[in-house]
Ligand binder design. Structure first.
Ligand code: NI
Length: 174
């Protein structure tokens, strides 16, 4: 298991389809985009590379060019750390779904799995909470995602606060 495995893609697809339905987005576009959004995960500029690969796959499947370009834009714009701003509702939905999977208990679990993969310490992981995870709530695009994020954000905050407290306690006693 890794922080960006098949499970992540399945959860993001489920979340994205739910949000798309509630927000009136094109569920077909959102589903294809979610399923193909992390094809190049782990490579530099993964959003753009995943989008390129998705384009090839969808062309090979004979999907209409207009559909393909919609999916490609969603994938290019999904990464929350850099790059392309989501212009369409479908792109906003995928971006929101991907962020939600970095929040709540899953977000905590994935953050530490990733830390294990790259050898990041607990303190460095807390910094990742401050810089990225705790800010995700404020960068969501849709009302449905903001609703889903409420509990998840609260849990992130609580976990962050407790871990910082307990790490602080260890430092004080030594
Ligand atoms: Ni993702």
């Amino acid at each position: 298991m890794s922080a960006h495995d098949r499970g992540h893609v399945e959860r993001v697809t489920r979340l994205a389809r739910y949000i798309a339905t509630r927000e009136g987005a094109d569920v077909g576009v959102v589903t294809a985009a979610a399923e193909l959004h992390d094809l190049a995960r782990g490579e530099p500029d993964h959003a753009r590379k995943s989008a390129e690969r998705a384009r090839k796959i969808l062309r090979a499947r004979g999907r209409p060019e207009e559909f393909i370009e919609q999916v490609v834009h969603c994938i290019e714009a999904h990464s929350f750390s850099k790059g392309v701003e989501p212009r369409t509702l479908e792109a906003k939905v995928l971006s929101d779904a991907d962020k939600l999977d970095a929040m709540g208990a899953i977000g905590v679990a994935r953050a530490f799995l990733y830390s294990g993969e790259i050898g990041r310490s607990l303190e460095e992981t807390l910094r990742h909470f401050e810089e990225k995870l705790l800010a995700l709530r404020d960068s969501l695009h849709t009302e449905t995602a903001r609703e889903l994020a409420r509990e998840r954000h609260r849990f992130l905050e609580e976990f962050y606060r407790r871990l910082r407290e307990e790490l602080g306690g260890i430092t004080r006693s030594t």
